[in-house]
Design a protein around this ligand. Structure first.
Ligand code: ADP
Ligand code: MG
Length: 684
């Protein structure tokens, strides 16, 4: 069977099985679903004079003369063979491959597959694959290229997949109902899987890709719709009708809410007093003012006699939210009990908080995932707010909400999802949008520069530091890495501290530091004891220092647009004109285009739509974990059109056959239950 251990496959022994496990391949089915990351098209032999730019090519060439054999230093040897086809010449070089010397016989023809470089009009390739042209070789086919792990070659994986396909082909069953396959001109699952590994032509490949995308998306969409159906049919025992404390907050705020905030508050009010459990996502760009909306909702719950909780993805953010809550209570002169619980709350204190929560002596609790630990019990939790910031999965949230009688749920996110995708990613939730910024917000000016202009940017930062402002420099890595040529926070910190910024107050922040260390650095930055913070993306979520006016991001090309937008949101929070400097260290046009989008607009939704156009929808699926890995989706979801079709079908199925009954839907139902196994999926 397909769920048999991979060891049962011919060619897999215990040691290979261990290596496959590193790739998350445990069963034969896993292997069949381990699709190539890309392909090498070896269908067509290129003529040398057809090559106009460097790249991987398949050539058929004749050895012109006896190859040259040279000894280089340190036991290195090199063979250089000049070859030709009927259009031009190319030099092949091989290092430490002496055994080839006898095989490269002048006058004989070879297939050569390798990276061709062009230097001063001459073609050359180093260490290409090479095989005599009279052999039936890999030429003439499209070859899969798999993600590899140490000790497993592409050839080995290819062979194993081939064996698995030959042995188990007939056992691969359709997940999509026949009817859907027929109606949408898709193909069978086995055919799709075969063509994703070994595409015979581009039409079959596209069809295979579309079929798998259809399948994955349908599983996900139906699952989400089912959750939503279940939730919205769930009668709420928690009626939040009184709101006096919440209203008191509104009248004591030093600013007027935007009309978007007011509209969302109305939507929440309606939900909370109704008969159904609220399941609402509040989406709003960085700085749009989601927190005060959340505090409003929590105070409404407390006014009606319930407890409320707010969960944040990081400790920093949890502490910040706690401060905001306390500030709101102060402003409005509200005398209720609020507490904060995080991973570093001391055991004794934690014990006390837990006891009080259970006894109902705490009204509002703010915290990190420490809040979803089994031990936390509430007396009467009425509302659970999650500041998702794309870190929490649905599952964790489901766990927290299951404490006590199903409470109302509100999720906040600053990740703008294009409208076309929202239903797929947040299909289980009602969506509210805060699509307006508080008045008077300044626009952060964004520059895109190349690596060469970095020094100028450092000078620019210095100018601002001298004026009393603070700044961030973001690097993609924590520490120097051997195989990636990227900036690391630790190195940059060391370098800048001893050179350009010696004499300035520098700080270093990254994810490998302990919570206490991190907190210390952030506090110093808050207090102005650090003026230039070198950091990884850990500052992405929530750090709020109004005096910070410059954000410089190294290797900006490595980040998603949404992430860059988030990082940029760390500046422009005070009254000083702020700047974002993106250092684009890639030379590609695509990368330049992406950076320029950020230069043009500060609107997160526009940025997301553009990212969707450039990079496809795959990227957005990582935003929320539904069990489908980002990688899996990225490989498969190629167009928004398929997404639309799937959404229409899902809606139709949910009205016509919500229980997914009948043999044709059996496999589909199983897959949905499996994907959402930790959540409330009920088909009846
Ligand atoms: P986010 O949506 O990113 O979580 P916050 O809730 O942290 O944004 O709000 C950002 C800042 O804007 C806070 O300092 C908050 O006090 C302030 N703010 C929120 N709403 C308004 C408003 N209507 N007018 C002026 N300032 C506001
Ligand atoms: Mg926030």
């Amino acid at each position: 069977m397909l769920d048999s251990n991979i060891q049962y496959l011919k060619g897999v022994g215990p040691s290979r099985a261990l290596k496959l496990q590193k790739l998350d391949i445990y069963t034969i089915g896993d292997l069949l679903n381990y699709f190539p990351v890309k392909y090498e098209d070896r269908r067509r032999v290129k003529k040398i004079n057809e090559i106009s730019e460097p790249g991987k090519y398949l050539l058929k060439v004749k050895i012109v003369e006896k190859p040259k054999h040279t000894k280089l230093k340190k036991k290195m040897t090199m063979i250089k063979a000049i070859c030709k086809d009927d259009t031009g010449f190319i030099a092949l070089t091989f290092f430490n491959n002496d055994f080839l010397l006898d095989k490269l016989i002048p006058g004989e023809w070879f297939y050569v597959f390798g990276n061709v470089k062009i230097a001063f009009g001459k073609f050359e390739t180093a260490n290409p694959e090479i095989e005599r042209a009279d052999k039936d070789w890999k030429a003439g086919r499209i070859l899969p290229v798999y993600g590899l792990t140490y000790g497993l070659t592409n050839n080995e994986i290819t062979k194993l997949v081939k064996t698995a396909l030959e042995t188990y082909y007939d056992r691969i069953q359709n997940i999509l109902p026949e009817e859907i396959i027929r109606e949408h001109g898709l193909t069978s699952r086995r055919e799709a899987i075969r063509n994703l590994h070994f595409p015979s032509d581009s039409r079959k490949y596209s069809l295979a890709k579309k079929t798998m995308a259809f399948e994955k998306l349908l599983i996900m969409q139906l699952g989400l719709f089912n959750i939503k159906n279940n939730f919205s049919n769930e009668i709420s025992h928690i009626k939040i009708k009184k709101r006096d404390l919440a209203e008191r907050l509104l009248t004591s705020l030093p600013y007027k809410l935007t009309s978007a905030q007011l509209r969302v508050i109305e939507e929440i009010k309606e939900d909370l007093k109704g008969n159904k459990i609220m399941n609402r996502l509040v989406q709003g760009d960085v700085g749009s003012g989601k927190t005060v909306v959340a505090v409003y909702a929590m105070l409404a719950a407390v006014s009606s006699g319930y407890q409320a909780s707010m969960m944040a993805p990081t400790e920093i953010l949890a502490l910040q939210h706690y401060e905001t809550v306390k500030e709101c209570l102060n402003l409005a002169g509200i005398d209720i009990k609020a507490e904060v619980l995080t991973g570093s709350t001391k055991a004794k204190e934690k014990e006390e908080i837990l006891t009080k929560l259970k006894a109902g002596e705490i009204d509002i609790i703010v915290g990190t995932h420490a809040l979803i630990e089994e031990k936390v019990e509430f007396k009467n939790i009425g509302l659970v707010v999650t500041d998702e910031q794309h870190r929490f999965g649905v599952r964790q949230r489901a766990r927290l909400s299951n404490k006590g009688k199903a409470p109302h749920i509100m999720v906040m996110t600053a990740t703008p999802i294009p409208r076309t995708l929202a239903l797929m990613i947040y299909g289980d939730l009602d969506i509210s949008l805060i699509d307006e910024m508080p008045p008077g917000r300044q626009r952060v000016i964004t520059y895109v520069i190349t690596e060469k202009e970095k020094i100028k940017a450092y000078d620019f930062i210095k100018e601002h530091l001298n004026k009393g402002r603070q700044a961030y420099i973001i690097a993609p890595l924590v520490e120097e890495s051997e195989n990636l040529d990227l900036n690391s926070a630790v190195e940059i910190y060391k370098e800048l501290k001893s050179s350009y910024f010696s004499g300035y107050k520098l700080g270093l922040l990254h994810g490998k530091m302990t919570n206490i260390e991190k907190e210390e650095v952030i506090n110093k930055f808050y207090e102005g004891k650090i003026s230039l913070l070198i950091s990884t993306t850990v500052v992405e979520v929530g750090v709020n220092v109004p005096n910070a006016a410059v954000m410089m991001i190294l290797n900006a090309e490595r980040f998603g647009l949404a992430q860059l937008h988030q990082l940029r949101g760390r500046v422009g929070r005070g009254s000083h004109q702020s700047y974002c400097i993106l250092v684009n260290e890639s030379k590609s046009k695509k990368s330049r285009d992406r950076m320029n989008i950020l230069k043009r607009t500060n609107n997160g939704f526009i940025i997301a739509e553009e990212d969707l156009k450039i990079r496809g929808p795959g990227d957005f699926f990582g935003v929320r974990q539904h069990g489908l890995s980002k990688f899996e989706i990225q490989n498969i979801v190629n167009n928004v059109e398929t997404l639309h079709q799937v959404q229409l079908i899902s809606k139709k199925i949910m009205t016509e056959n919500p229980g997914l009954t009948g043999p044709d839907y059996c496999n589909l139902k199983g897959e949905i239950m499996n994907l959402f196994k930790d959540e409330t999926i009920i088909f009846n």
